[in-house]
Design a protein around this ligand. Structure first.
Ligand code: SF4
Length: 85
């Protein structure tokens, strides 16, 4: 899917969720709080009907921050590395 194809967003389960849940507040978030927040965001993603499209978008766009498609930025980078092999 091309990065510009974003019609899938209309079906996003996170539309009514605060962006803070997916992107965090700032650099002062401690690791434990971050883990809890990311797990909460991932729970929303698990119920999302457009999860696959969201993840492919984020991978193609190399979204640098936040939980997209049920994966954190670190997990997405790992996914991209494994695809490149
Ligand atoms: S997969 Fe997660 S981040 Fe992506 S649209 Fe769905 S709820 Fe939002």
């Amino acid at each position: 899917m091309a990065p510009t194809d974003t019609e899938w967003r209309e079906g996003a389960a996170c539309l009514d969720q605060p962006a803070l849940l997916f992107f965090g507040m700032d650099d002062s978030e401690n690791p434990a709080a971050r883990r809890l927040r990311e797990e909460s965001a991932k729970r929303v993603c698990r119920l999302c009907e457009v999860r696959a499209q969201c993840l492919e978008y984020a991978l193609a766009a190399k979204e640098p921050y936040g939980v997209w498609g049920g994966l954190t930025e670190i997990e997405r980078r790992a996914r991209l590395r494994s695809r490149a092999r």
